[in-house]
Design a protein around this ligand. Structure first.
Ligand code: MSP
Length: 640
């Protein structure tokens, strides 16, 4: 019997169209779901839309339509995007569906009957004209951030969920289950958050009515997170299909963005505990996608529309870029130039050429017919061994959600196969009738390598994977292929005729501005100037020796017996570093986690109080106060 695997994305707010950041999140989930299907697991992959709440009600009012009309139109756009992006979700849940209403109301009833929901008073800062509550933090100059008018402190009756009751249980659970929250830095943040004390959660409102009514008091609607989180139970038969529910719950993975980890690892587990249901096995908080180094926002006008990109470059190129370029737990940068660079180098060149060369040589030298290899040279054996190693790496690393590392490894195998062509020189073998068998073996092995590659890239680039399979003209239906089918070398049938080579990815031409090389004389003049520098002034070349990089703080802890020192574990893109820094008087370890700092990355390592420090972080200090230098860029970015 195959193993069930239940994976979810967050359900997205249909307040506006989705951008490339949302597409990133769903693409990750899709790649993981597809990997598990290749492993033969019984996958249930869920995504959807979170449609209630005041903000959506207001937007609908502004547009002169009902909230449901408003969300229905936007949600159709979500579904179109997922289709175009090749997302393979098994269900799509809308919180406005009856099946979800029933679940939310039933859950409310059960927890109320248990005594964990009570009627209290919600106090907040209210803007009457906008009919909106705001937090102190959201106000602009103490006024409503939408209309600029004064707000007043008001209160309304509301239902509360007794989260505080579950505080100790959830803390113990997180501490006893190290895999529950990932990556580890987010786990530490959550532990610190719970230790500060959990307050009961307000779960209803009377100030707007776009929501699911509280079943015992229809004046109230259920407030967003209680409605949203429970979506994960609806489509797997919580109310109506116990067998299905038992099969898929607890979920194997809730994949969410880093800012909503808290809701999924504290509120959601408390709700589940109140329902006596097991907790999800894993919540993974991925980093954010930023664009050309900046957070996306309407006001900056830098919001990237995934549909436009798909139209221009195709879905698989976008998927490849997002999954390869960004390390899952960290923030990552999207740039058009980097995307085009990857398409040209990795897709058009490495992958496209391997396929094209293999098929056209097979056509040219053997009329397109492959026969099973007879015997194997050392080079052939090493190609086979590399294929087996790549498959093993793929399995282990995809299981551990190391998507980017897996893609890089598969591409190393693609390069290896290209090198095999150069090493064996089929065009030379073709000239020598005595080398006929050798040539036939080489072409067979190349087709076999491509068969393996097409399966291994399926989670990342499903359409391209199938196109390769189809150009190889393999008889098995690609939809039924699993990892088992590539475990043994030699799956291309004997006497097999391959298809016609077609270009996978056209190269994208970019106009480059080339800098003219500096004439020799000018260089000399520059060197002379350097010699004349006044004291205390350094040249640009001196400055260039200092390598500065953006580093994300993964964890921080005090150095024993050293009041001022903190030991930081940093991610610098592909590499981790440990740095000891004298900032303990100004920062607690918890507030540093997740910050993006500037690291002097090529400083000679040193020991401070016996602890190794591999670099130094930058901070501004006037002797009394100190602030670390923070930059909103992905870990690993060079600072110049
Ligand atoms: N509706 C809630 C989730 C409820 S789940 C029970 C919500 N919706 S959202 O539309 O605002 O965000 C959905 C997801 O998109 C979040 O996980 C969020 O992190 C992700 N992203 C939004 N912008 C993003 C980037 N720029 N980059 C990566 N993911 C981003 O929150």
């Amino acid at each position: 019997m195959s193993k069930p695997f239940y994976i979810t994305t967050p359900i997205y707010y249909p307040s506006a169209k989705l951008h490339i950041g949302h597409a990133y999140c769903t693409t990750i989930a899709d790649a993981i779901a597809r990997f598990h299907r290749l492993e033969g697991d019984d996958v249930f992959f869920l995504t959807g839309s979170d449609e209630h709440g005041q903000k959506i009600q207001q937007k609908a009012q502004e547009a002169g339509v009902t909230p449901l009309e408003y969300t229905t139109k936007i949600v159709a756009g979500f579904q179109d995007l997922w289709k175009r992006l090749g997302i393979s979700n098994d269900d799509f849940i809308r919180t406005t569906e009856k099946r979800h209403y029933d679940v939310v109301q039933e859950i409310f009833r059960r927890i109320y009957d248990k005594g964990d929901i009570y009627l209290g008073e919600y106090k907040g800062l209210y803007c009457t004209p906008c009919e909106s509550y705001w937090t102190e933090h959201q106000l602009v100059d103490g006024k409503c951030p939408d209309c600029g008018r004064p707000v007043e402190e008001v209160s309304e009756p509301a239902y509360f969920f007794k989260m505080s009751k579950y505080q100790d249980r959830i803390l113990a659970y997180i501490e006893e289950h190290p895999d529950f929250i990932q990556p580890a830095s987010r786990r530490n943040e959550m532990i610190n958050f719970i230790k500060q004390g959990l307050e009961d959660l307000c779960i209803s409102r009377t100030s707007f009515d776009w929501g699911i009514p509280v079943p015992i008091n229809e004046k109230h609607v259920i407030y967003v997170w209680f409605d949203a989180l429970t979506n994960y139970l609806t489509p797997i038969g919580f109310l109506d299909d116990p067998e299905k529910f038992h099969k898929y719950w607890p979920a194997d993975l809730h994949l969410v963005g880093k800012e909503i980890v808290r809701f999924h690892t504290i509120i959601w587990p408390c709700i589940l505990m109140a329902l006596d249901l097991p907790l999800p096995k894993k919540v993974y908080g991925h980093g954010w996608l930023i664009v050309d180094g900046d957070k996306m926002s309407k006001s900056k006008g830098n919001v990237v529309d995934p549909i436009g990109l798909i139209d221009e470059f195709g879905a698989d190129a976008i998927r490849y870029f997002l999954l390869r370029e960004i390390n899952l737990g960290q923030d990552g940068n999207f740039s058009r130039d980097a995307l085009i660079g990857r398409i040209n180098a990795d897709l058009a060149n490495d992958l496209g050429n391997l396929l094209h060369r293999t098929l056209s040589m097979t056509k040219k030298f053997q009329d397109g017919v492959l026969t099973k290899a007879v015997g194997a040279s050392d080079i052939d054996k090493s190609l086979q061994a590399d294929a087996a190693e790549t498959i093993a790496f793929f399995r282990e690393n995809m299981e551990n959600m190391q998507l980017s590392a897996t893609i890089k490894h598969v591409w190393a195998f693609i390069s290896r196969a290209n090198k095999y062509i150069d090493e064996t020189s089929p065009w030379a073998l073709a000239k020598d009738p005595a080398k006929k068998q050798e040539l036939s073996n080489v072409l067979y092995n190349l087709a076999e390598a491509l068969r393996v590659i097409s399966v291994l890239i399926e989670p990342f680039m499903p359409t391209t994977a199938k196109r390769i399979w189809d150009q190889l003209a393999l008889p098995q239906d690609f939809a039924t292929v699993s990892l088992k089918d590539i475990e043994t070398w030699g799956g291309v049938p004997d006497n097999h005729t391959v298809g016609t080579p077609e270009q996978l990815f056209p190269r994208i031409e970019i106009e480059e501005e080339k800098e003219a090389p500096a004439p020799k004389q000018e260089k000399k003049a520059k060197q002379e100037k350097k010699a004349e520098l006044p004291e205390g002034i350094i040249s640009i070349d001196d400055f260039a020796k200092v390598k500065l990089r953006v580093a994300e703080v993964l964890s921080a802890e005090p150095v024993p017996k050293a009041d001022k020192l903190l030991k930081l574990q940093l991610s610098v893109g592909d590499e981790e570093r440990q740095v000891v820094s004298g900032i303990a008087p100004w920062y607690s370890p918890a507030e540093l986690v997740g910050k993006h700092l500037v690291l002097v990355a090529n400083l000679k390592p040193a020991k401070l109080r016996g602890v190794t420090s591999q670099g130094m972080i930058l901070a501004a200090s006037d002797g009394k106060d100190l602030k670390v230098v923070e930059v909103n860029m992905p870990a690993g970015t060079e600072v110049r």
